[in-house]
Design a protein around this ligand. Structure first.
Ligand code: BGC
Length: 279
């Protein structure tokens, strides 16, 4: 049995993603930015998807290129089918194909159920869930068409779906967000089941509280941070690097036999911390 982990050509420095091309959605800030930088540091060529002002994404591209990497920023609203297809075309024109998709773009529009507008429900489902479907579909089409390139990876492609602890923890006041993440969980598992025959691996990362702009109000003062820590047995709020390291592993052949799995990167938030002393 051949159990080699495809890392690099003989003699080259050991970079687990050397020669691979990655697309990270929502890469201009937060977890997406951290993942894009980490994939580049691991040797991948990275396309950073963003919406709105391009300054932050271009800044990250600049940093990657300055340290000898290869990167490109591409604007697209991931919930827009034509924009997603145009983004993949731009990536293929620039780099030829795709080996890794990190479905990360996501947002919150919080409201109690009695206050929640249909527009806010739809926007969250459109970006967080339909956006993952549209990008996964384009990536899967290319992986299936192209197949395995043995010198690059043991898989024909890897898809990493960034979900949330709220794919299993209900979250009052966030029905649209929790529903979108529960959907991401089953989208991920179903694609893993469907695409394994093509040697495509699909996995999820479900982060807990990670210090990013999306939850700034939950850790921006010492009082708020200590309230948040009541929910985190490990005793610290997460950093984007915590998630980025998991993404590099799931994207690399080091996780070659892992598909359909979710890594909860949450400092124990899903361990029902109230039961440490209660129950
Ligand atoms: C949310 C954050 C929240 C965290 C833990 C994430 O999915 O986007 O706002 O802090 O879950 O509750």
């Amino acid at each position: 049995m051949d159990t080699r982990v495809n890392t690099v050509a003989a003699g080259a420095p050991v970079l687990p993603l050397a020669g691979q091309r990655a697309l990270v959605t929502g890469a201009s800030s937060g977890i997406g930015a951290g993942v894009a930088r980490a994939l580049a540091a691991a040797g991948a060529t990275v396309v950073l998807n963003y919406v709105g002002p391009d300054g932050a994404a271009r800044g990250i591209v600049h940093d990657i290129v300055e340290t000898g990497g290869e990167a490109l920023a591409v604007e697209a609203d991931v919930s827009d089918e034509a924009a997603v297809r145009a983004m993949f075309r731009e990536m293929f024109d620039a780099f030829g194909s795709i080996d890794i998709l990190v479905n990360n773009a996501g947002l919150q529009r919080d409201a109690s159920i009695v206050e929640m507008s249909l527009a806010d429900w739809r926007r969250v489902i459109d970006v967080n869930l339909t956006g993952q479907f549209l990008c996964a579909r384009e990536a899967a089409r290319e992986f299936v068409r192209r197949g395995v390139i043995p010198d690059v990876s043991n898989s024909a492609g890897k898809i990493i779906c960034i979900s949330s602890v709220h794919d299993v923890i209900p979250w009052a006041g966030h029905a649209n967000y929790a529903a979108s993440k529960g959907g991401v969980q089953m989208l991920m598992k179903t694609l893993a089941q469907e695409l394994a025959v093509h040697r495509v691996r699909v996995n999820g990362i479900s982060p807990g509280a990670i210090k990013t702009p999306i939850n700034h109000s939950s850790w921006s003062t010492p009082e708020k941070e200590s309230a948040l820590l009541q929910l985190i047995p490990y005793g610290r709020v997460g950093e984007t690097a915590d998630v980025a390291r998991a993404a590099v592993w799931l994207a690399s052949d080091h996780s070659d036999y892992v598909t359909g799995a979710t890594l909860y990167v949450d400092g124990g938030m899903t361990l029902y911390p109230g039961f440490e002393k209660g129950g």
